[in-house]
Design a protein around this ligand. Structure first.
Ligand code: HEC
Length: 343
């Protein structure tokens, strides 16, 4: 019981903007996105099927309903998002992780039409997908979170894309920066994508943030890492669990610089790189963590330059540059990653 109420209270309903707002994603938003996505091979092809006992599912759902009823009185919980054991369409959103009623690693599937029944908001955006003005219909991640049977202790939503890109959204980020799931562009859903003027399909789901929804988005150092396209799967997680190795072993008792480096890694580098072992991250980086750690320890100048300007070192580099990182941020990243080498 308490688990449910705590979760609903802590990370559940966050107030929504219910009126259209004009977004200025910046003139370069589209170009940046296209440039940062070099390979769009598979899409929506996740065929792993969750082995789910329907009766167990039913039990959990009933339990959830019973537990939810009192919380309506607090205005705390939205309608539950129906979850299915089987994928019915490439447009289904796969959900996994710390969800009541699912075994570790199992997936559930939400139908696009059910996601579209969550509270929706229309936003005017400029250059977000195609040049010029467009209207997007969105569901805030806070509302998605509130509609899921999130287990106690979860504090992050991890998105993975069909091309191996990933993005990490802590519950405090969800509250403060109000990221949203894009369901329609100019009134058209993903079955009609790509919209005219876009060369590839950004679907099935896109997550984004916008400075006109939350002005502080303009000050985010790595807002691009919070705008994944081709999102197929959302995992509900606990950061210290999913990034466990980075909080134990050589990283236990990390000093301030190492902690800052860890933050940067989790919220930026993990879009494309995995940590050691099972630590969450995208697969685009295509380099073992041990290699990066060896570089940070033994050739720190190379490591730092690869982060700020990879093409200066390797003309064919596909990694995106991070020219805006300060010396202090590079020190922090180097200190953090170098700990991955046994002393
Ligand atoms: C958009 C995806 C992406 C992001 C984000 C990203 N990387 Fe990379 N990274 C790559 C890819 C791909 C490679 C493989 C070499 C290449 O094509 O650039 C790579 C290679 C590297 C290398 C060099 C390994 C070698 O082969 O010499 C280092 C060091 C590195 N990344 C560190 C980082 C750090 C630290 C961050 C976070 C600030 C980061 N990367 C963020 C995609 C990314």
């Amino acid at each position: 019981m308490t688990a449910w109420f705590r979760e609903v209270g802590a990370a559940g309903r966050l107030d929504r903007l219910m009126f259209p707002v004009r977004l200025l994603s910046g003139p370069g938003a589209l170009a940046r996105r296209i440039a940062s996505r070099w390979s769009r091979r598979r899409r929506g092809a996740d065929s792993r099927v969750a082995p789910a006992g329907p009766s167990e599912n039913w039990r959990v759902r009933t339990l959830a309903l019973v537990l939810l009823l009192p919380s309506f009185g607090l205005g705390a919980k939205a309608a539950e998002l129906p979850l299915h054991a089987d994928r019915a369409s490439n447009l289904d959103l796969a959900l996994t992780g710390l969800l009541a009623g699912t075994e570790p690693g199992a997936k559930r599937y939400a139908r696009w039409a059910d996601v579209a029944r969550l509270p929706r908001t229309k936003l005017r955006v400029n250059g977000e997908f195609v040049p010029g003005e467009q209207e997007v219909t969105v569901v805030f991640l806070s509302d998605l979170w509130a509609a899921l049977p999130v287990r106690e202790g979860a504090d992050a939503l991890l998105a993975t894309s069909s091309d191996g890109y990933a993005a990490v959204y802590g519950t405090s980020f969800i509250r403060d920066y109000r990221p949203f799931l894009v369901l329609e562009i100019n009134g058209q859903g993903p079955e009609k994508w790509p919209p005219a003027g876009l060369r590839f399909n950004p679907g099935p789901y896109v997550i984004s943030v916008a400075a006109s929804v939350v002005p502080a988005v303009a000050k985010l150092s790595d807002a691009g890492h919070k705008r994944p396209w081709g999102v197929t799967t959302i995992e509900i997680a606990r950061l210290e669990g999913r990034f466990d190795a980075f909080f134990s072993g050589p990283w236990a008792g990390a000093d301030a610089a190492v902690r800052q480096g860890r933050e940067l890694w989790i919220h930026s580098c993990s879009s494309c790189h995995r940590g050691p072992g099972e630590v969450f991250g995208g697969t685009k980086g295509n380099r073992p963590f041990a290699l990066l750690a060896a570089q940070a320890r033994h050739t720190p100048d190379y490591f730092r330059r690869y982060i700020t300007a990879p093409k200066e070192l390797v003309p064919t580099a596909r990694m995106e540059a991070h020219p805006h990182y300060t010396e202090a941020q590079l020190d922090a990243l180097t200190a953090f990653v170098a700990l991955g080498v046994a002393p």
